[in-house]
Design a protein around this ligand. Structure first.
Ligand SMILES: *[C@@H]1O[C@H](CO)[C@@H](O)[C@H](O)[C@H]1NC(C)=O
Ligand SMILES: *[C@@H]1O[C@H](CO)[C@@H](O)[C@H](O)[C@H]1NC(C)=O
Length: 229
């Protein structure tokens, strides 16, 4: 007998809510009715396009306005580390500083290094080396005493190591360039350098410009500088 009043009060509670519900229902149902009609399609499409445009704008603005710290965590590198390694990197994709139209990238390593204040490289090429480093391979790990060198590195995920006595403990700076980047780096005379392909499949390509002709027979180059490479 105690349950009956509760049972009776339940519908009462619902019915007291109903006036509010029935009041809001017509506007919702008319919206549903509108969206079900074929002429709503262009309207929905334009809303969708507007939202897409807004999200793209937000993405773009966050890319350009992000702080150096955010940029660093996103790309896993920092300009500071690149500077320690005498290196500057560019996106190989259009548009970028080195890719001004859709044909692809083109650069002058000497002027780019100078513009980026990367010092110590060759300012003229007395000799040039162009090469490939297959996955797992490396080049360099040596130190030339008779020439400054400027590098261009691209094509694969590549580790660039440069002797830098200002880096505590290690004595070198090391950065990783990704496959979609092109890097220009310099190694002044008497500085050890190494290029290591750390990509699982792609080949690294590089160009080395030296301001004198390297005589590998003489004692002007120290080999196998780092034991861990
Ligand atoms: C290397 O660069 C230094 C400093 O710019 C310069 O004095 C020197 O002549 C260059 N060439 C060689 C082979 O060391
Ligand atoms: C390099 O040294 C080897 C012997 O150590 C000699 O036979 C060769 O002629 C040298 N090459 C040059 C280009 O000096």
């Amino acid at each position: 007998m105690m349950a009956n009043p509760r049972r009776n009060s339940y519908p009462n509670y619902q019915s007291s809510e109903n006036p509010f519900q029935t009041h809001s229902l017509p506007s919702v149902s008319s919206l549903v009715y509108f969206f079900k009609k074929p002429h709503a399609f262009p309207f929905l499409l334009s809303i969708f396009l507007l939202l897409t445009w807004i999200s793209l704008r937000l993405q773009r603005s966050s890319q350009f306005s992000s702080s150096p710290h955010l940029h660093q965590t996103h790309n896993k590198w920092s300009r500071e580390d690149d500077q320690k390694a005498n290196l500057v990197r560019f996106s190989s994709a259009f548009p970028s500083q080195i890719s001004k139209d859709k044909r692809g990238w083109l650069l002058d390593p000497i002027t780019l290094a100078l513009d980026a204040a990367i010092s110590g490289g060759a300012v003229s090429c007395a000799s040039v080396h162009l090469g490939e480093i297959r996955p797992g391979g490396f080049r360099g790990n040596h130190r030339h005493h008779n020439c400054n060198e400027t590098f261009v590195i691209w094509g694969a995920k590549t580790k660039f190591r440069l002797q830098n006595t200002q880096v505590v403990d290690k004595g070198y700076a090391e950065v990783v360039i990704s496959a979609d980047e092109v890097a220009v780096a310099t190694s002044p005379s008497g500085t050890a350098h190494a290029l290591v392909n750390v990509d699982p499949i792609r080949s690294t390509f590089f160009l080395g410009c030296q301001d004198s002709v390297i005589d590998y027979n003489s004692s002007t180059t120290d080999f196998k500088v780092w034991k861990d490479i």
